[in-house]
Design a protein around this ligand. Structure first.
Ligand code: SF4
Length: 377
């Protein structure tokens, strides 16, 4: 019997590409049906290899999965339940953009079985939404949250973006305050990253956009942590805040605690035992492979033990609970304090890591420079 795992489906369509976004998505919405057909084929082809697995989460991300029709959702949902063993008590999340949801559709999705909704809000300031290239308005956000509540969604996440050019402390505080006023169960705050290939990256190269200095990123982070903490949201992962432990995202916790996940759809990544692989980042290629009876895998690798131990360590350090020494020993048969002792001591001296006999965690200062801590491991 294989361990419980997560199932991710990448739906690669958006009405418009946001300037900062590096996820694989296209705006040719007329191809959605072809994608669905290919996805159903992929589910059938892949499922026998995971016959012993129990999936405790299903996450439809993207892209903008809320662009699918009710009929398309139904067929995908049915196929997943026919071909995989899915925990009926699981977490079933849907990413959605405000402005792509009607109340009718939300009722349908809740009845179908989705029990968590993640809304890409990013900001409550119209000028900032325009700057980021978002298609929705602040009113769309309010309407979507209210409609989702009426449809019975009692686990809602709002994504906010922070540390982008032009953001001010006052404006960010206003966005945080309006987010909190909606009482979502979960809030994610992501720092804008200039990813190669994005419109923002090109604008940065042309000198039109200037990334904020690192100190500003840390300042915004501290602001978010203090504001959300005051409002009753605890940071359980560097960018993620929940009102109660029960509202922590179970699917993302599978990634962060180094448990297996299967990804379907173009560009989706999978991690299973000591293997990692990814599907083609091209809808055309994805569909072509599946039509020819081939899995659309673009890349795969086997992870050696050192890599697995290191990844396990740094992913756990991003969690409030940090790394549990005993759990590491049980998984790898080695003591992390023996393996990484000197490096951890150095980080303790620098004041970015705490450790006692049982656990290693980042200090508050460590949380502000987590990426650098990882580089120094
Ligand atoms: S809506 Fe989301 S996935 Fe689509 S382009 Fe914008 S950020 Fe990327």
């Amino acid at each position: 019997m294989q361990p419980s795992a997560g199932l991710y489906i990448h739906v690669p369509f958006c009405r418009q590409k946001c300037g900062y976004c590096d996820f694989y998505s296209i705006t040719s919405l007329e191809k959605i049906e072809a994608f669905c057909q290919a996805l159903l084929t992929e589910i059938q082809m892949v499922a026998p290899r995971f016959a012993g697995a129990r999936f405790e989460t299903v996450y439809l991300g993207g892209g903008t999965p809320s662009l699918l029709s009710e009929d398309q959702f139904s067929r995908i949902w049915q196929a997943l339940h026919n071909h995989f063993s899915i925990d009926p008590e699981g977490e079933f999340s849907l990413e959605a953009n405000p402005g792509t949801l009607t109340e009718e559709k939300l009722h349908f999705l809740r009845r179908l079985g989705f029990n968590r909704l993640s809304l890409g809000v990013q900001s409550f300031n119209p000028d900032e939404l325009h700057f980021l290239g978002r298609i929705h308005s602040v009113e769309d956000v309010l309407a979507s949250v209210e409609a989702a509540r009426r449809a019975g969604f009692d686990n809602i996440n709002l994504d906010l973006m922070t540390a982008f050019p032009g953001l001010t402390r006052d404006a960010f505080t206003r966005s945080l305050s309006r987010a909190v006023a909606l009482r979502p169960e979960h809030i994610s705050c992501y720092t804008l990253i200039f990813e190669p290939g994005t419109l923002f990256y090109k604008r940065m190269e042309r000198g039109e956009l200037v990334p904020l200095p690192e100190e500003a990123e840390a300042e915004y982070y501290q602001l978010a942590e203090a504001f959300l903490g005051e409002a009753g949201y605890q940071a359980y992962e560097i960018s993620n805040f929940a009102r109660q432990p029960a509202f922590r995202c179970r699917h993302n916790l599978i990634y962060w605690t180094y448990r297996p996940y299967l990804g379907l759809g173009p560009s989706a990544h999978s991690f299973w035992n000591d293997r990692r692989w990814a599907n083609h980042r091209s809808l055309e290629r994805y569909c072509r492979n599946l039509a020819a009876g081939q899995l659309p895998v673009a890349f795969q690798e086997t992870l050696d033990r050192e890599t697995q131990m290191f990844e396990y360590l740094y992913l756990h350090l991003r969690l409030r609970e940090g790394l549990d020494r005993r759990a590491f020993q049980l998984r790898f048969g080695e003591d992390p304090y023996q393996l990484y002792g000197e490096k951890l001591d150095r980080l303790v001296d620098l004041g970015v890591v705490n450790r006692d006999d049982r656990r290693v965690t980042l200090t508050s200062r460590g949380w502000l420079v987590a990426d650098e801590v990882v580089v120094n491991l």
